[in-house]
Structure formats: structure tokens, C-alpha cells
Write a protein that binds this ligand. Structure first.
Ligand code: NAD
Ligand code: ZN
Length: 373
């Protein structure tokens, strides 16, 4: 009886509303570490008929990195363009093709590229073990079965997709992640040598995704010591990379780690206004995540004064010119859709403005920001 009482007391004292989120269990960091991929995959190969499928950004087609992919048996590389963000239809088509072409389920999936390829590889590994269509899993904790073993190799830094438990997909009705414990990578390889070919503007836009993650996390109402510790580190690294005078190699290494820490920071808090509004831009105009965040963020000085000020200094230092008149041609209907998509990202607004955010933000306020873009 005494024991039962103690157990019941213990149960009452345990708060069950804290999130218990997964982290990437294995990570290799270092220049040239990509060449360890063969050794990492070997023990995961079930048999010679169960291949590894390498989903690789098509920028690398015909390049040296594609030749270093450690093929064995009937492994296959599929080159994929990152010109557009991943779509649920694209995930379903890839999964069907893999199922048609191979009798056995693959041993695993390896994603090599930026956020686009990293997200595609996560989604494909989920959908190979869960019945489709993938849009049915857009949301929170809808995935029932563990995903296939999956490895991520980032080739550009900033999104934090390498650590997050989401894969952001454009579906028939919404742009939303498959957020689940099975989404997170089983293994990540962080090899700064792979970053050398990133074009300067793309480097800036994807890097600013990380900077904006930090600003939104550190200024949000969801902030806690866990998120703050990662967010502050990433924020400082971004300042060193984008405002300091680091040699190129050191800047690559630091931005790679900033991306990681920025992703860890938002895992236990949330992003904010720039991300909510960038989702609207992306849904209506197909604007990509990094540049979309920058387009919005430049006008958010009322909400994030210090961050926007630093952002403008970074733009100036790197001679970045953002496009203008992006929303100029939008009709009222498109503008309303954009505002509705942005406002539907409720946790982001709550993080940014607090529980009573609905009293503090109106469609007209959002329209006036969009019109400046
Ligand atoms: P990206 O993957 O879209 O790639 C951007 C461009 O850079 C592409 O043209 C690509 O070919 C090129 N590129 C990538 N690596 C290169 C290299 N080493 N050399 C030369 N070119 C290279 O870029 P991104 O900004 O990393 O990813 C954006 C995507 O990430 C969006 O789809 C967004 O929704 C997603 N995202 C996901 C999360 C998450 O937690 N899952 C978080 C933020 C963003
Ligand atoms: Zn982001």
C-alpha cells in the first residue's frame, strides 16, 4: 500500500507536458569526413539486394563529390534539383520508383545537399515504411512506424535541417512539416570541405536563415535556458562569420556549427514573425525559404530592432541586394491567401508576441509589410 501511494505521488509530481524530443544520435565532424561514409554504411547493409539510395543535389552531377559516393552492390544515386522546395507529390513519386525498381526495401537513404535534399531524404525514409500519401503526415506526430535508416550530409549551412525533427513539404493544401520522432537523422556527417562551391548570395541567404532562427528564438516568449544556450552560441558565431574578418576556411567551419546550434535552439523553442510571413511568400510566390526570410526580416525592425540592424550591416558588408517589388503584382485574393497562410502559423506568432498575439496583429499590418517587399 505504501509503495502504491509513493508511486501515485511520484506520478503526480512528474510534469508530463515537457517535450521529449530526439536528437541526432551520431555525428562526425571534420574536413574530409565524407570519405568515412563507406565505413558508416557497411554495418547497416542488410544484404546485397537491399541497396543504399543516395539522393544528391544535382549541382554535384558530374562533379568529384558524386564519384566519391561509396556505391556497393546495386546502390543507386538519384540526382535531384534544389531549384524548388520539396513537394509531397515529389516524395511519393520517389518512394514509388524505389519500390518499383527494387524487390527489397533499401538498407537506407542518404541525403546529400542543402535543406531541400536533406528534407527530401528524411521524407522518403519515412514514407518507405509508412503507407502513403505523404501529405497525410504533414502535421505533428502522425507517423506510426519508424523510418528507414537515414544519413544526412549537408553541403550548405544555415537551415538546421540536419538536426531538426521536421521535413518541410509543400503539399496540395499546405506547406507544413512532417514533424515526428522518426524524422530526425540517424547519422549526420559534417564535412566543411563540401561547402567551398556555394555561390555567395546563396551562402548569405541560407546563412541568414540561421541568424534569423537565433533572433526569433532568443526574442521569443518560449525561450528557456536550453534554447538560449544554443541560440546565443549560434548568434555569436553568425556575427563572427558575417561581420568579422575570418579566413574562409574558419568561416565555413563556424557557419556549419552555427547552423547546428541554431537548429538545436529552435527545437526547444520556436521561430517567429519572419518565418510565419516567409511561409506566406513561399506558398503564393514559391519564394525560397532563405531569401523569403530575408525579404520579410528587413522590415521587422519594430519587432527585432537589434537583429534587423545587424542584418542590414551584414547585407552591406557582403554587398547583398535583395530583390524589390516582389509583391507588387499581387492581386487582393493572392494577398489575402498570403496573409492567411502567415497567420495560420499560430505557434510562431504566439512565440513572437505572446498568448494574446491575436489582439496584437491584424491582416492589415501584415499587408502593409508585404507591400514593402
Ligand atoms: P537548398 O537546399 O534549397 O539549396 C540552395 C541552392 O544551393 C541550390 O541551388 C543548391 O543546388 C545549391 N547548393 C547547395 N549546396 C551547394 C554547394 N556545396 N555548392 C554549390 N551549390 C550548392 O538550400 P537551403 O537554404 O539549405 O534549404 C532550403 C530548404 O530547407 C527549404 O526547402 C526549406 O523549407 C528547408 N528548411 C528545412 C528546415 C528543417 O528543419 N527541416 C529548416 C529550414 C529550412
Ligand atoms: Zn528557417
Amino acid at each position: 500500500m505504501k509503495l502504491e501511494k509513493e508511486i501515485s505521488h511520484l506520478k503526480k509530481s512528474v510534469k508530463t507536458n515537457y517535450r521529449n524530443f530526439p536528437m541526432v544520435p551520431r555525428v562526425i565532424y571534420g574536413r574530409g569526413s565524407f570519405d568515412q561514409l563507406a565505413d558508416i554504411l557497411l554495418p547497416k547493409r542488410r544484404n546485397s539486394d537491399a541497396p543504399f539510395i543516395f539522393l544528391v543535389d544535382d549541382f554535384f552531377e558530374g562533379k568529384e563529390l558524386a564519384d566519391r559516393v561509396p556505391w556497393l552492390f546495386n546502390d543507386r544515386t538519384i540526382f535531384i534539383s534544389a531549384d524548388e522546395e520539396p513537394k509531397t507529390q515529389q516524395v511519393d513519386a520517389l518512394v514509388n520508383k524505389i519500390k518499383e525498381d527494387f524487390e527489397e526495401l533499401p538498407s537506407g537513404i542518404v541525403g546529400i545537399g542543402g535543406g531541400t535534399l536533406l528534407d527530401l531524404a528524411k521524407a522518403v525514409s519515412i514514407m518507405l515504411t509508412n503507407s502513403g500519401p505523404s501529405y497525410a503526415y504533414q502535421g505533428w506526430d502522425l507517423v506510426n512506424r519508424p523510418s528507414l535508416y537515414h544519413v544526412g550530409v549537408p553541403t550548405i549551412s544555415g537551415t538546421g535541417a540536419e538536426v531538426s525533427r521536421t521535413t518541410v513539404l509543400l503539399g496540395p493544401e499546405k506547406k507544413l512539416g512532417i514533424n515526428s520522432d522518426y524524422t530526425t537523422y540517424d547519422q549526420i556527417i559534417l564535412d566543411p570541405d563540401l561547402l567551398g562551391t556555394v555561390p555567395k548570395e546563396q551562402w548569405f541567404y541560407t546563412g541568414m536563415d540561421c541568424f534569423i532562427h537565433c533572433v526569433e528564438s532568443l526574442n521569443g516568449t518560449f525561450l528557456n535556458a536550453f534554447s538560449e544556450s544554443y541560440g546565443e552560441k549560434a548568434y555569436d558565431l553568425c556575427k563572427e562569420v558575417f561581420l568579422g574578418e575570418l579566413p574562409g576556411a574558419e568561416a565555413e567551419e563556424k557557419l556549419m556549427m552555427a547552423s547546428w546550434h541554431g537548429g538545436m535552439s529552435i527545437a526547444y523553442s520556436q521561430v517567429g514573425i519572419a518565418h510565419a510571413m516567409s511561409y506566406g511568400l513561399s506558398y503564393v510566390l514559391g519564394t525560397k525559404h532563405g531569401i523569403g526570410n530575408c525579404l520579410v526580416f528587413q522590415h521587422l525592425d519594430a519587432y527585432y530592432p537589434e537583429g534587423v540592424n545587424l542584418f542590414k550591416q551584414m547585407m552591406q558588408k557582403h554587398h547583398i541586394q535583395l530583390p524589390t517589388n516582389v509583391c507588387a503584382e499581387l492581386n487582393d485574393c493572392d494577398m489575402d491567401t498570403m496573409v492567411n497562410v502567415a497567420l495560420s502559423m499560430e505557434p510562431l506568432w504566439e512565440n513572437a508576441l505572446g498568448k494574446d498575439w491575436k489582439k496584437r496583429v491584424t491582416p492589415d499590418m501584415l499587408k502593409s509589410i508585404y507591400r514593402k517587399i
